[in-house]
Design a protein around this ligand. Structure first.
Ligand code: KDG
Ligand code: MG
Length: 433
């Protein structure tokens, strides 16, 4: 790969601009015509949808399009409606391609559309950076920091097990740890793994039914954080995910009761479709609030950010239209002193993690990055060289985002249909999982 890129970069001086969109702008980077784009579905322990875009110069890019439990919807959107528009286009025109896929669809936004756009966008940034021989963070404006602080996922079936699990993360060098615990009287609380370190909620072909009690949860969580601070002090950052289960007033109560324990953040305190809901929470507590892993555009976050109702925006590259759009969200958030905290669960492939690390390395208002380790099978299918040390992840300075796909290995793991669980209240009422 490397010699081919060098020859290619050397040929830049003599190249001529081609016709088509933005043809009038001259560029030192010669045209990179998209020759093919293919969707690869693989399930090395869990399902991933990957887009590979190849150019006539031999430079290719990889994008993630995984939408947990709804993978095939994005595959169809890409194959039927997006790829036909890409063939023959100039891969250098990242912004114009983004606008084409967003505005040109007429039907804007939504998780399926925006994940498909994200896959194209991530692949095009990868191609451009490879063609120029630079890491993506250099195209964004260069590094703003030496490493990316991450938080790991500690969980346990009960308070004692969770306290132990947090200790293991601290021993492993993490500076920030998310703590989720089984709740007395609640059979399957959110965020608690079943036995091994690779927590994976999408566990069955039809959704697993869980039963939820907010009152039991609200009585328990402060006890957990009291113990955690007692055991480990205040030097480690502690985080918690409410996973959309509380009403605004319940979330306000939890935020208030957690104030003595100085959380880094309380995530998804209440569903955010109605952005105004966060005003009530905000009026009652100084516990920092994070939200946005299910958002797919700046419009989902606009009011939350401009009214300073949150402290961290959780949207990541695959969730909201790729680097091109995430950068826009981050810049808007910076105006209101809201920092980034990219979603990084295992249903986002190593491609998203690789691209997010470049974004995090650049973003002046970076806050933290979620890091839920992938399984060894997943890591083998997506070769990458980002690395963890002393609580920080580091992207490589290899050209592009630094993550590839081993297609031969990927083919050994066929699609395995699975859905996320659902939650009902104790009286059977359907609730938010
Ligand atoms: O697919 C759903 C998961 O990404 C989500 O449940 C994980 O809430 C999550 C988190 O904070 O990582
Ligand atoms: Mg979450």
């Amino acid at each position: 790969m490397a010699p081919r890129i060098n020859e290619f970069v050397n040929s830049m001086q003599t190249a001529q601009p081609q016709s088509g969109a933005a043809a009038s702008t001259s560029s030192r980077l010669p045209p990179l015509k998209i020759r093919s784009a293919r969707v690869i579905v693989t399930s090395p322990g869990r399902n991933f949808v990957t887009l590979k875009i190849e150019t006539d110069q031999g430079v290719y890019g990889i994008g993630d399009a995984t939408l947990n439990g709804r993978e095939k919807a994005v595959v169809a959107y890409l194959e039927d409606h997006v790829i036909p528009l890409l063939i023959g286009r100039d891969a250098r025109h990242i912004e114009d391609t983004w606008q084409l896929l967003y505005r040109g669809a007429y039907w804007r936004r939504g998780p399926v559309t925006m994940r498909a756009i994200a896959a194209v966008d991530i692949a095009l940034w990868d191609i451009k950076a490879k063609a120029l021989g630079v890491p993506i963070y250099d195209l964004l404006g260069g590094p703003s920091r030496d490493g990316v602080m991450v938080y790991g996922h500690a969980n346990g079936a009960d308070l004692e097990q969770t306290v132990e699990a947090v200790g293991r993360y601290i021993d492993a060098g993490y500076k920030a740890v998310r703590a989720q615990s089984g709740v007395p009287g609640v059979a399957m609380a959110y965020g608690v793994g079943r036995g091994d370190m690779y927590y994976e909620p999408a566990d069955a072909q039809l959704p697993t039914e869980t039963v939820w009690s907010t009152s039991k949860y609200l009585n328990f969580v402060p006890k957990l954080f009291d113990r955690l601070r007692d055991n480990y002090g205040f030097d480690v950052h502690l985080l918690h995910d409410g996973h959309h289960r509380m009403t605004p007033l319940e979330a306000a109560r939890l935020g208030k009761s957690l104030e003595p324990y100085g959380l880094f953040w309380l995530e998804d305190a209440t569903p955010a479709e109605n952005q105004e809901s966060f005003r009530l929470i905000r009026q009652h507590t100084t516990t920092p609030l994070a939200v946005g892993e299910v958002f797919n555009s700046i419009w989902d976050a606009k009011d939350l950010i401009q009214h300073q109702l949150i402290d961290y925006i959780r949207t990541t590259v695959v969730g909201a239209g790729g680097i091109t759009h995430l950068r826009r969200i981050a810049d808007f958030a910076a105006v209101w002193q809201v920092r980034t905290g990219c979603h990084g669960a295992t249903d986002l492939s190593p491609v998203t993690m690789g691209a997010a690390l470049h974004f995090d390395t650049w973003a002046p208002n970076f806050g933290i990055q979620e890091y839920m380790r992938h399984s060894p099978e997943t890591d083998a299918v997506f070769p990458h060289a980002y690395w963890f040390q002393d609580g920080m992840l580091h992207p490589t300075d290899a050209p592009g985002h630094g993550v590839d796909i081993d297609e031969t290995l990927a083919a050994k793991y066929p699609y395995d249909p699975r859905q996320l669980p659902i939650a009902r209240l104790e009286d059977g009422t359907m609730w938010n999982w």
